[in-house]
Design a protein around this ligand. Structure first.
Ligand code: SF4
Length: 383
């Protein structure tokens, strides 16, 4: 079947910096805990860029994530930004985000980021509780986290986001609320609140399995989620995606939204994923493998897949029902030749009747209770 004609806007550019000073016990992102190859990696990135020249429309977002991009010195970042601007055109008012670790940044570093054109900062705070930070294996403490946010404000950033994690083994709701209140007191633009999930083979999971410690039950996890949504919305944040909250729609991450609505994106660096027109590909999940391929002038892609219309439809449903915008029914119908109201009437009646979804004019949207079980809802609709 022919792929739908779908172009929701300019593509996004992502750069994965796969280096950390140490590995956090819960982390499943690809990174190595030695900086030995960082200089060669920075030399290889422009070579990877040159392999993609003219293949994407002009980008309007740039997101530098990892790993720990704040391990890159500002002089090297300047060279990286020059290489990006030489390789790719950008359009409009570009959103430029960089992830930083609270231990790495001070006012001088953040000033330099601003002068390079970074206009959005994502700070990996995770918690304001030192015991939890140590349990997670973070190398900063709560004082460092406050200092990083304060320095970012002093440097003039008005679009600051922080990441937080809840659902730590043994964590009580009151302890999480304390971290949320501390985050609220900073009055920043964006909060990401992730439930702790531990993939197979992750050190913290193995440690917990050995020690018999338990993650909070599903019921308690839902309580954390609902309480988070309620508190943050009452404080003026929009709950725009299962884990993301913004002070107004204009503060939502423009880059991350692209991942949720099949907008094309190009990912550079080890393990980075890319997507365009129904095709997804991902780079080698090894610094060495990445550099070997770049060294011989080959795109460092490990594998790729071409999604069928059915797979795209399912993804659009899963991803759409995780956001406050939900699914635009006429668009869905024209892209996927599927009239949800007609074909899923019975399931939709049940889900709306039980308070998980609303049908508001042309949109199918999850309620707060629906967002708490968004993946389950999408599965239920397609059983
Ligand atoms: S700093 Fe971030 S990317 Fe690095 S190990 Fe910790 S969570 Fe993972």
């Amino acid at each position: 079947m022919e792929l739908p004609d779908w172009n929701p806007g300019p593509p996004g550019l992502y750069i994965h910096v796969p280096f950390c000073r140490s590995k956090c016990g819960y982390c499943s992102f690809y990174s190595v805990d030695t900086l030995h190859d960082l200089p060669s990696f920075l030399e290889d990135l422009p070579k990877e860029m040159s392999l993609y020249e003219a293949q994407f429309e002009p980008f309007d977002t740039l997101y530098i994530g990892g790993g720990t991009p704040s391990l890159i010195k500002t002089d090297d970042l300047k060279i990286l930004f020059e290489a990006i601007d030489q390789a790719f055109p950008f359009c409009g008012n570009r959103e430029v985000t960089i992830e930083v670790n609270p231990s790495d940044v001070d006012l001088a570093y953040l000033d330099a980021l601003r002068s390079l054109g970074v206009n959005r900062l994502n700070i990996g705070v995770q918690s304001f509780n030192d015991r939890i930070l140590s349990f997670l294996g973070r190398r900063h403490n709560a004082v460092d986290a406050y200092a990083a946010v304060t320095a970012a404000l002093a440097a003039g950033f008005d679009n600051i986001g922080i990441d937080l994690i809840y659902g730590i083994p043994g964590q009580e709701l009151s302890q999480w609320i304390d971290t949320l209140n501390r985050a609220l007191s900073l009055n920043i633009a964006h909060l990401s609140c992730y439930q702790l999930t531990l993939e197979k083979g992750i050190p913290l999971r193995e440690h917990l399995e050995k020690s018999g410690a338990l993650l909070p039950s599903e019921r308690l996890q839902r309580e954390f989620f609902l309480e988070t949504s309620d508190r943050l919305e009452s404080a003026g944040y929009i709950h725009y995606e299962v884990s993301n909250f913004a002070k107004g729609e204009h503060r939502a991450s423009r880059h991350n939204i692209k991942y949720w609505n099949h907008t094309p994106y190009l990912g550079l660096g080890p393990s980075a994923h890319s997507y365009t027109a129904g095709k997804r590909w991902w780079n080698s999940r090894s610094v060495r493998g990445y550099m070997d391929r770049i060294g011989v002038g080959v795109i460092p892609v490990e594998s790729s897949e071409t999604l069928t219309l059915e797979q795209l439809r399912l993804e659009a449903l899963f991803l759409g029902l995780r956001t406050r915008w939900g699914i635009h029914l006429p668009d869905f119908s024209s892209r996927f030749k599927c009239d949800l109201l007609e074909e899923k009437r019975e399931a939709l009646d049940k889900l709306t009747g039980d308070g998980f979804l609303t049908i508001d004019r042309e949109f199918l949207r999850p309620t707060r209770a629906g967002m708490a079980v968004a993946d389950g809802i999408a599965s239920f609709l397609f059983i």
